[in-house]
Design a protein. Structure first.
Length: 259
């Protein structure tokens, strides 16, 4: 997005929350699309060796990426873009038909080297900080539980973060996000790549009703497999394989019923 003349260049700004331990301004931001306000809280992992490396990359003009906050492994919160502005964190993405997710979201990068870096557990101090920051943001902006999302939810073709180890159930216990206990794995009939028919169509319609960007074709194609895997990473992390088994379908049904 091109920077408009009305968008300032920030060398420093006052953080939006007292939870921010420091400010490290990024030049990579713009104005939100007219009329759009934060309605989504989008959680990522950095996928880099250290929080400092991620922060410096997010502040580098050539990276053309940024976020509002970075949560370090020790629990230090760094704000990089004021919440009033559009940070560049979501990329090509979609949720509930909206495609400019950057304009309607606040992005938190949670430091973790990611799947390519061994994917360690998220430390307790970090999760406490993320929990506090999420609560602060959703209370100030009135973000609905079902709009606290993973990067993989809005970009299932490209992203898998923050991944299946992230503590969604923990956050839900603190009043953050939409959650039901996953239905236990139990085998049974499974829809998978190559399946076709009304059962596949109903699955696609349900995923679309929840918010995922998915074509309703009745064909269990690559796109459907990726969306199912994204759903599993967030809501049924015991097995992430992109196959819609009984546990996956019934967990999705429970989430829809709870809306």
């Amino acid at each position: 997005m091109l920077r408009s003349k009305s968008t300032p260049t920030l060398s420093h700004f006052t953080p939006d929350t007292l939870l921010a331990g420091r400010v490290f301004p990024s030049p990579n931001f713009g104005v939100r699309e007219e009329g759009l306000r934060p309605a989504i809280l989008l959680l990522h992992y950095t996928g880099m060796p250290s929080a400092e490396a991620a922060i410096h990359w997010l502040a580098a003009p050539q990276s053309k990426v940024s976020c509002h906050y970075v949560a370090g492994e020790t629990g230090i919160i760094t704000q990089m873009v004021p919440e009033a502005y559009r940070a560049w964190h979501a990329g090509l993405s979609c949720w509930k038909g909206a495609s400019d997710i950057n304009s309607c979201s606040i992005g938190i990068e949670i430091h973790n080297p990611g799947h390519d870096g061994g994917y360690p557990d998220f430390p307790e101090a970090q999760m406490r900080a993320v929990e506090a920051l999420c609560l602060d943001i959703i209370r100030r902006h009135g973000i609905a539980p079902q709009n606290v999302l993973a990067h993989s939810d809005v970009a299932p073709r490209r992203k898998i973060d923050p991944g299946e180890k992230f503590g969604w159930a923990r956050l839900a216990g603190a009043g953050i996000g939409h959650w039901t206990a996953p239905v236990p794995l139990s085998g049974g009939a499974t829809l998978e790549r190559g399946s076709r028919g009304d059962d596949v169509l109903r699955l696609q319609e349900k995923l679309g009703a929840y918010g995922y960007g998915i074509g309703c074709t009745g064909d269990y194609c690559e796109e459907t497999e990726l969306v199912v895997a994204a759903f599993q990473r967030h809501f049924r992390p015991a097995l992430v394989d992109g196959r819609a088994d009984r546990s996956t379908v019934e967990t999705l049904d429970a989430l829809l019923a709870a809306l």
